[in-house]
Design a protein around this ligand. Structure first.
Ligand SMILES: C[S@@+](CC[C@H](N)C(=O)[O-])C[C@H]1O[C@@H](n2cnc3c(N)ncnc32)[C@H](O)[C@@H]1O
Length: 452
């Protein structure tokens, strides 16, 4: 029986809770006399029965056991999808929640009193926008071999997917073709509990503007594949096979062999053509990447004479977009194949004022300043963890007039921006851009200007 609680709830207990808002990361927020409970699987306005998974002095974490009264704002989900937990929220509510989470992170973590957050740039298409998907193989009693996503909270169980509502029809068709071929061949999924079996993951990438598709099959090592039969069954532009021996999720490890086509695909954005290698990062929403880079370019405020640094430059997308409006651009990126792509992309697009270096921003920043001279504008686009304090210090030393910070995590942007402001910059603009509709993920671009 569930009971209303007035004190800190015990782990394992069940409570009835009313959710009033959404926290960063997507969990619902409920309050017990001011004590906060983060509830997984609940939306604002829901009344739920929830089980307490963790109980701390300041807050608790819980999972929804039963939806007692759904929020009147809930909409019907299109299809089950563990990566699209916000599809039950109307799209305008998703956008409003993300805007307020950016504001909240800057205020609470960055101690900005009234952060200058502009309205979010909404998605061009809130469905079927992803250009890269990673599926996992598993098995079920009913269906045998399955290919889909991890069941939420389960590292060892995979649910089959027949229509991935965030992927294009084309990617869905490729996944189904690979699954059918593997079933026909009698291949078995890798069992994550006992470490036996063969098939692990399928990574599919699509150039949305070029129509090119790449599939990469990830397996355990040791068994043979009927390669020609697979090539014919899957019919993609680029087909790769990675054999990985580790026991964890292995799509980023192992030895990769090219089975058909080139090892890369190409994509277009902002009128430029980009080669993308399998290990290289590319924004997963092509239409919105164009909007994101457009916002970054506007905030960079270039007039043609500037020296620009593009830190964490990947395959050179931002650098090449800005090179057209600057005197010169210098990019740093740690993944060597991505740097090779960036150099090739500069050549493909006849850009001769962009230069790229392989290196860790932490150690490569000072040598770059010595080689290239101090930048006028620095663009930073780090992974979710944001910048270490040391990298922020290196950026501050370089003394750029403007810092354009592209962030996929406002909770790491906030302390980085605070460190920059404490060193003499002003946070003058923040523009969220919805790269990830139906999910709680947030992207935004911030501008920091050096006080004169
Ligand atoms: C969010 S992606 C941005 C890539 C690029 N700006 C784009 O939009 O396509 C972050 C990039 O930083 C790179 N990276 C991560 N840590 C790094 C480091 N310490 N030094 C240099 N690059 C790093 C990753 O390999 C990845 O390409």
């Amino acid at each position: 029986m569930s009971t209303p609680a007035r004190t800190r709830p015990e782990k394992g207990s069940e409570l009835e809770l009313t959710v009033d808002s959404l926290a960063y990361g997507g969990n619902g927020v409920a309050r017990l006399d001011g004590y906060v409970v983060f509830v997984q699987g609940a939306m604002p306005g829901d009344r739920v029965r929830a089980r307490i998974d963790r109980s701390k002095r300041g807050y608790a974490e819980a999972s929804t056991v039963e939806l007692l009264e759904p929020s009147p704002d809930r909409v019907e989900p299109r299809a089950p999808h563990p990566g699209a937990s916000w599809q039950v929220l109307p799209y305008e509510r998703q956008v409003a929640a993300k805007e307020s989470q950016v504001r909240e992170a800057l205020a609470r973590i960055g101690h900005f009193e009234d952060p200058p957050v502009a309205p979010m740039v909404p998605a061009v298409d809130p469905w079927r926008y992803r250009n890269k998907l990673e599926y996992s193989f598993g098995s079920s009693d009913a269906d045998g071999l399955v290919l889909g996503f991890h069941r939420p909270g389960r590292w060892d169980e995979i649910d089959d997917v027949s229509d991935d509502i965030l992927a294009s029809e084309r990617i869905n068709a490729v996944r189904e073709a690979v699954k059918a071929w593997c079933r026909d061949e009698g291949l078995l999924a890798y069992d994550r509990r006992v470490h036996t079996g063969f098939l692990r993951n399928l990574v599919v990438r699509e150039g949305r503007r070029t129509g090119q598709v790449q599939a990469r099959l990830v397996t355990s090592p040791g068994a043979a594949l009927r390669v020609q039969s697979l090539v014919e069954a899957v019919a993609v532009d680029s087909l790769l096979w990675t054999q990985a021996a580790g026991v964890g999720e292995t799509s980023r490890e192992g030895q990769t062999e090219l089975l058909a086509g080139p090892a890369y695909i190409e994509e277009e954005t902002l009128g430029l053509r980009f080669r993308v290698s399998p290990e290289a990062f590319f924004q997963t929403n092509t239409d919105m990447a164009e909007r994101l880079y457009g916002v970054a370019a506007d905030l960079a405020g270039l007039s043609g004479g500037e020296r620009v640094y593009d830190l964490f430059c990947g395959i050179g997308t931002i650098a090449l977009a800005l090179a057209l409006r600057a005197r010169e651009v210098w990019g740093i990126e740690v993944v060597e194949s991505a740097v090779a792509d960036a150099i090739e992309n500069a050549r493909l697009n006849s850009v001769d004022n962009a230069h790229f270096f392989a290196g860790d921003v932490r150690t490569a920043m000072r040598p770059l300043v010595e080689k290239a001279g101090k930048p006028d504008v620095v663009v930073i686009d780090p992974p979710r963890a944001g910048l270490s304090q040391k990298i922020v210090r290196r950026v501050l030393e370089a003394g750029a007039r403007r810092i354009v910070y592209v962030s996929c995590n406002p909770t790491t942007l906030a302390p980085n921006a605070r460190q920059m402001v404490d060193a003499g910059y002003r946070l003058t603009a923040v523009r969220p851009v919805d790269m990830f509709p139906q999910t709680p993920h947030i992207e935004c671009v911030a501008l920091l200007e050096r006080a004169q």
